[in-house]
Design a protein around this ligand. Sequence first.
Ligand code: PMP
Ligand code: GLU
Length: 397
Amino acid sequence: MTKLSDRMYVLAESETLAMSKKSAELKAQGLDIINLSIGEPDFNTPDVIKTGAKKAIDDNFTHYTPVAGYKDLREAIAKKLKRENNLDYAFDQIVVSTGAKHSIANTMLCLVNPGEEVIVPSPYWVSYREIVKLAEGKSVFIKTSLENDFKITAKQLEAAITPKTKLMIFSSPSNPTGFIYTKEELKAIAEVVAKHENLYIISDEIYEHINYVGKHESIAQFDFIKDRVILVNGVSKGYAMTGWRIGYVAAPKWVAQGIEKLQGQFTSGTCSIAQRAALTALTGDQSAVGEMREKFRKRRDLVVNLIKEIPTIKTNTPQGAFYVFADFSHYFGKSDGTTKIKDANDLTFWLLEKAQVAMVSGDAFGDPNCIRLSYATSDELLVKAIQRIKEALGKLK
Ligand code: PMP
Ligand code: GLU
């Protein structure tokens, strides 16, 4: 009998990656699918970073790397955190891993005991929920709504805390919603955290550089809780380096040491060439980051304006990342004469078939009224995709 471990039956497949895979399969069959499912910049990695990687190969950065990452890369990350975020971290508080996803999984496995609770504001990024399961923790979701730009309040956080709460995890700018917590909102959350000495926060800041409303605010800036914040970031989104797989944590030293120990038994230090490329990215000319952000901003405006022409779809204007998370519930219960749409899952699959546009059902992120669209693709494809969605939706009565 072939049987996977019990944990594999509880673990769900990543729905963002599953939808992207499905879209690639349909494209390979010759269908003209527009893929707005995956959240990754369509830009190529800037040339200067690629040159850094090529040089690393020639310079023989081909051996095992220190488990926590090259020292000069960890120092460059500490400098970045000072330069861009005014945060003080020593290099030994930083651990480099195989993408921000890996940094999150490491942290969760290091901090959460079986049965402990992890507070997850909902909608949330798909992998948070599953990583909590792998750590045998229990997700406690805090529901938010479009009216409040999908943000939790300090009061909601206070109400969700129990003696079993160990962690809270959130992203700002947020995947899937695109909204950003203000400094005041973060401070109010930090004040609640301060009252509960066993509560830690994973602050996922991977979309830091894709922010259209101002400067990035990290919850680690509040000194009275900084020793309970595990800041997660990386180079995937801001530098268009998703395939290089470099993420990191900046954390209290004992957490960093725990992560290093775990990583030493699991993956070892991450790829040498990718680390040198990340070092080039963080220490070199930063202009590409701003240029990509401005392109994303134009696309955000384009997509939101087109969606607002469809009054049955409810959405606010997102402030960062590259997603629109919109409420399509108007169409639930409607039919094209053959298929009746029950929920966002049905509608996402129906739109994939009828409009040939791949998106991700809000259900994957904890909000069954919504669908997530990634606008990290060309203007031309975005215009075409929204036109197709509009035409298809017109058939539902
Ligand atoms: N956090 C969020 C909110 C994300 O959207 C992503 C994107 N995959 C990650 C973490 C993981 O980033 P990485 O590709 O560096 O693993
Ligand atoms: N973060 C991206 C997304 O949400 C990439 C896919 C993934 O790792 O989930 O689409």
